[in-house]
Write a protein that binds this ligand. Structure first.
Ligand SMILES: C[S@@+](CC[C@H](N)C(=O)[O-])C[C@H]1O[C@@H](n2cnc3c(N)ncnc32)[C@H](O)[C@@H]1O
Length: 221
């Protein structure tokens, strides 16, 4: 529990103290495999704060169930926490392609996926996501973008091409913990410009959720 608090302390608290913990306690729990993956990510990497965490993981699962997605694309797998969440919510004939460049993260993810009954749904594409995205063919029902911010613009455009009409593009970290309001840092500036672009994009209907570090949902019209 202490470690969880530390992870969240990376960001600026928007909600009153204790509310996020309350929500966590009132949200369907992720699996024991997720717990172990979180623990190992904390022990073996310095960036466990990369993980979407329990509530967002449960939210992503819920999105899959609500949209009845069968084919998912993830940009930015890290040690596989969100990919595992997606895979658990997919139907037996569903699949997720997940892109990652870091071999150490991939090694951890592979070991954990191997322990999941949903392992056959997950395909890892090692290498730069921009290269992988060029090789993929749509349509995807849901695309999740959670990787290097300078490439978000390109990922968004490519995912929009690959998504089916009625498909969903989900972009994580779209508030930069509030720094978009005064976007002096490069990452915040990039995200700020992209939020404007998505909001004014006639190809999508969108909602920017002020939840965790900001989740943008863009529905392809
Ligand atoms: C925020 S983490 C992803 C967390 C993951 N979605 C989760 O919640 O479990 C971002 C990941 O993107 C990866 N990444 C960064 N640049 C990349 C690139 N150009 N191509 C592929 N992956 C990249 C990083 O190595 C990192 O593991």
């Amino acid at each position: 529990m202490e470690q969880r608090k530390d992870r969240r302390a990376v960001g600026v608290k928007v909600l009153p103290e204790g509310v996020e913990e309350y929500c966590e306690r009132h949200t369907t729990a992720l699996t024991e495999l997720h717990e172990r993956l979180l623990k190992e990510t904390e022990e073996k990497t310095t960036t466990a704060n990369f993980l979407v965490g329990e509530i967002e993981g449960a939210f992503l699962k819920m999105l899959v169930r609500m949209t009845q997605a069968k084919r998912i694309l993830e940009v930015g797998m890290f040690t596989g926490y969100s990919a595992l969440s997606f895979a658990e919510a997919l139907p037996p004939d569903g699949s997720i392609i997940t892109c990652e460049v870091d071999p150490h993260a991939i090694e951890i993810a592979r070991r954990f996926f191997a322990q999941s009954p949903h392992r056959d749904k997950i395909q890892i594409r090692e290498g730069r996501a921009a290269d992988t995205l060029k090789t993929l063919q749509g349509p995807f029902d849901l695309c999740f973008i959670d990787a290097d911010k300078p490439s978000y613009d390109d990922y968004y455009d490519r995912c929009l091409e690959l998504a089916r009409r009625g498909g969903l593009i989900v972009l994580d970290n779209m508030l930069r913990y509030g720094r978009v309001l005064n976007a002096t840092e490069e990452d915040a500036r990039i995200v700020n410009v992209l939020n404007d672009r998505i909001h004014n994009d006639p190809r999508v209907e969108n909602v920017l959720l002020p939840f965790r570090d900001g989740i943008m949902l863009a529905y392809k019209l």
